[in-house]
Structures are given as C-alpha cells and as structure tokens.
Design a protein around this ligand. Structure first.
Ligand code: NAD
Length: 501
C-alpha cells in the first residue's frame, strides 16, 4: 500500500488517498475508510476516508474561515490570475487525471481525455468574468439619495457531484464559484472520489490560499446528507439523480441555503422525414451509446416519423451491433462497462421489465455474455408503450426506445410527455421546422441536427424534474453571488424618523 495522497498506482496496489481540509491532508475523525472499485478490473484500486458529520463541520469551518482570510481580500483581477493558473495546471496534468477518472468510473479514456483537456476552458472563461462583476448605479427616486449595487460572494458553497463525469461537473460549479469569490467544499461520489482529491493538489499549486477548496469523501449517502443539511453552507450546488436532488433541496431548505440542481433526464431525439438519415443515425448513436448511456443528457427516446422509421432503426441497429465493447483504456474501445454494480443491476432490471411488458428487442437486450462484468450490450427497443417505465424513466445505460409519429404536433406532444426536461434534438433539413420545434420542446437544451455538445459559455440545466437553475454561461456566475443594495444620503439633513424614506 502506498501512503501518499498523489502516489502513482500499480495494478497490485490499492492507492491511499486522504481528504483535503484547509490545505491539510486528513483522515476522517473516526479513522474509517472505504475502497473504490475499478469497474473494468472489478477490484478495489484506491481507498479514501469515510467522513462523518464532524469532518463535514471541519471542512465547512475551513471554507468559512477562508472567506475572511487572504482570499476574501483579493480583487477579481487577483482571483482571475489564480484561476488561469489552475486552468494551465489542469491542462498540464490532463492525461494523468484522465487515467484516474477512467480507473474510477470505467469511462473511456478517450472520452475522459477529451473532457480533461476541455476543463481548463471553464477556468479561463470564468476567470474572464471574475473582474467584471459590476453592480449598477441606480438613479434614485429621491433627490437626496444615491443607490448602487454590489455582487458579493454568496459565501460557502457545498458541491455534491455524481460519478459519471466527476471533474467536468465539479468544474461547472467550481469555476463560477471561484470567479464570484466563494469558498468551496466538494463531496464527490463514493464511486469516484479520487480525482477531486487530485484536483486539490493543483488548486494548492496554483496558489489558492488554504481553505478555499476542501474535499471530503464518504461512503453512502451520509456524508452528502450532512453537507447539504449543514447550517453554515450558503449554497448547495448538486448534480445527481432526481430522487437525491429532491432530498438535497429539502435539507437545504431547512436552513434556506441557495440551491442549484442538475438532475436526471429522458431526452428525446425527433427525426423528421426530410432529415439526413445517416447523420441522424450517427447522432442517435452519439446520444445514447456514448459513455455507455451514462450521461444525464442521453438522447434515450428516439421519436421518428413513420415513413423513415424502418430505415433509421435499421441503420442504428447496424451501427450498434458493430460498437466495440472492452477495456475503457484501449483507444479502440467505443463502449466501456457500467460504472458500478448498482447501475448494472438497475439497467438489467429495467430491461427485464421491458421484455416482460412485450418490448421488441431490435438489438442487445442485456449483459454481454462474452465480456461479463458490468458490460451491457447496446440495446434498441421498438414496440414499446409510451407510458411504460422503460420509455418514461431514466435508465442511465445504453438503452434506446423507439416510437413512431405521424405529425409534428404528435412528435412534440410525445417529446414533452415526460416528467423530465433536460435536453432534446430535432433532425430536419427544414430551417423553419428546426427552430419551430426547438422552441416548443420543454427542455433546457435543444440541438438542431446535432447531439451532446456543451460549452462553458452556453447555459445548461433542466426544466421540470431535471432541475433548478443553470450552469455555464455568464448568468451562472450570479448563482454564486448575492446582490447588495447600498443607499447613500447626500445632504446630511435630519429626516422625520417616523416615515418611510
Ligand atoms: P446520486 O443522486 O445517487 O448521487 C449524486 C451525489 O449525491 C453523490 O455524490 C452521492 O454520494 C450523493 N448523495 C447520495 N445520496 C445523498 C443524500 N441523501 N444527500 C446528499 N447527497 C447524497 O446520482 P449518481 O448515481 O451519482 O449520478 C447519476 C445521476 O446524476 C443520474 O440521474 C444523472 O442523470 C444525474 N446527472 C445529471 C447531470 C445534469 O447536469 N443534469 C449530469 C450528470 C449526472
């Protein structure tokens, strides 16, 4: 067993990581630890502390104290310098971090390398906003007053993030929070706790003062629960499932902490008869089989005009059957395993229920018998009922359901008949229809003739049960500030103390 936080790992070792609180590497007060599994190798590869409530208290206290230290005194210009440095350091270490993410999550190395080399852009983009958080000078309705506003840091941010894109989804919160001048405590998923700890070393190297960025790790829901419920947290920035998000919102409401929630989805891809069918087939594959379908924005519901239904399904099935499953670290692999046992069991359970309900399996349908482990075959289901669980609920796996439609109105009604509203796409060569349908879809993001594209400067988030608030884009930085109004009396005159001024 190696004993330093950032030690290189060989296959025979279980790497030993510690939490980072106030710039110190620490164990949980209880001394408890848990192992994290490599889902491809199916064995423990690293371990991390199992934090309890007193550890959460320590992390929040460190973040609170850092607000009154050198960090709190910095100008936006100074914060921006540190943020750009952090972006540079992530770019420098992108390959190493990508390997850690792949080991922890089983996601393709090529996908994680792509994400890691893109993450610096979040720090560069938001560094450009750190020095532009301008308030306004407001013309007063009273001749003896002047009023202005300031965008002040919200305070201590608690981030709770999932296992499917651990560092990317952390960066979506950390970059605007740092730009705003907040301090941060992150609780990564117990399936992928390691890269947040690795990031802490880069935050320190970039020169951020201790306590600005703290990492606590824990097994099961208890650590996240304690963090969401902590009375000294000013904002909870959560990404994860809808069920957990609702419980996080309840916990945060008890102390009136601000909340943003990025939750589940069941996004629709609408294919019209005039679409480029090859491009649409490729987009459908990208939407639901990339990352083994383990993305919140997965385009898991294909709605296709009846006249091109058979042609499109045949193309999607043909490509699905050539998808290469295997070692996520192998550049030739196109789909890795499910990231963990509960996820594997959830997907196989939902597929079994769909089969029982009479769904037609056009391809796939269950685990890969050759590879074993957590591998699921890319699956396409036709003949599904619009109200069935497999159509309505998030699978978070490589499972596409297909429903035909006859009219544009019917397609939109089917797309919107979901409790989720995260994303969707429209495939058509008709520019009028593309925009018209995009406007009518009840989703936070719609792509026209594309799928699964995001950027630091374009807002992302959900409607309905897919979440509250937006990440990315200029406005997201204001999710981490409070507006303060300041009134200045200009004359020095004495006023009547018993009237509203
Ligand atoms: P999850 O809800 O099980 O866990 C998310 C995080 O919350 C983890 O860190 C977990 O340890 C923690 N947690 C669990 N129970 C908690 C509780 N009661 N209180 C506080 N924290 C708790 O989700 P997951 O399985 O890790 O991730 C998959 C889900 O995330 C999917 O539903 C997916 O759609 C969603 N997701 C959404 C987006 C988005 O941007 N909308 C992005 C990625 C993933």
């Amino acid at each position: 067993m190696s004993t330093t936080t950032d030690a290189p790992v060989t296959a025979a070792e279980v790497a030993y990581y510690q939490m980072v609180i106030n710039g110190e590497r620490v164990e949980a007060h209880s001394g408890a630890r848990f192992d994290t599994l490599d889902p491809y190798a199916q064995k423990a590869w690293a371990s991390a502390p199992d934090a309890g409530a007193s550890d959460v208290d320590a992390a929040v206290a460190a973040a609170r104290a850092a607000l009154s230290g050198p960090w709190g005194a910095m100008t936006g210009f100074q914060r921006a310098v540190l943020m750009r440095r952090l972006g540079d350091l992530i770019a420098r270490d992108a390959d190493t971090l990508a390997v850690l993410e792949t080991r922890d999550s089983g996601k393709l190395l090529r996908e994680m390398s792509g994400q890691l080399s893109y993450i610096p852009q979040w720090f560069y983009y938001y560094s450009g906003l750190a020095d532009k958080l301008e308030g306004s000078a407001i013309p007063s309705d009273k001749p003896n007053f002047f009023a202005y506003t300031r965008h002040e840091p919200l305070g201590v941010v608690a981030a709770i993030v999932p296992w499917n894109s651990p560092l990317l989804l952390l960066a979506w919160k950390l970059a605007p929070a740092l730009a705003a001048g907040c301090t941060f405590v992150v609780k990564p998923s117990d399936h992928t706790p390691i890269t947040a700890i690795a990031l802490a070393a880069l935050v320190e190297e970039a020169g951020f003062p201790p306590g600005v960025f703290n990492v606590i790790t824990g097994y099961g829901p208890a650590t996240g629960q304690a963090l969401a419920a902590h009375p000294d947290v000013d904002k909870v920035a959560f990404t994860g499932s809808t069920t957990t998000g609702i419980s996080v919102a309840h916990a945060a409401a008890d102390h009136l902490s601000r909340v943003t929630l990025e939750l589940g989805g069941k996004s629709a891809q609408l294919v019209f008869p005039d679409a480029d069918i090859d491009a649409a087939a490729n987009g459908v594959i990208a939407g639901v089989f990339a990352a083994s379908g383990q993305t919140c924005m997965a385009g898991a519901r294909l709605l296709v005009h009846r006249s091109v239904h058979d042609e499109l399904v045949a193309k999607v099935v043909a490509r699905a059957e050539t998808i290469t499953l295997g070692n996520p670290a192998d550049p030739a692999t196109e789909m890795g395993p499910m990231a963990n046992a509960p996820q594997f069991e959830k997907v196989t359970g939902m597929l079994a229920a769909a089969r029982k309900e009479g769904a037609t399996i056009a391809t796939g349908g269950g685990p890969d018998s050759g590879l074993g482990g957590f591998f699921i075959r890319p699956t396409v289901l036709t003949g599904v009922a619009p109200t069935s669980e497999i159509v309505c609920e998030e699978v978070f796996g490589p499972v596409l359901t297909v429903l035909p439609f006859d009219t544009e109105d019917e397609a939109i009604a089917l797309a919107n008949a979901s409790r989720y509203g995260l994303a969707g796409s429209v495939w058509t060569k008709d520019i009028h229809r593309g925009h018209r349908v995009a406007h009518r879809l009840r989703a936070g993001t719609v792509w026209i003739n594309a799928y699964r594209t995001v950027g630091p400067n374009v807002p992302f988030g959900g409607l309905k049960y897919s979440g509250v608030g937006r990440e990315n884009g200029i406005d997201a930085v204001y999710e981490y500030t409070e507006t303060k109004s300041i009134w200045v009396e200009l004359t020095g005159d004495t006023r009547d103390p018993f009237t509203l001024g």
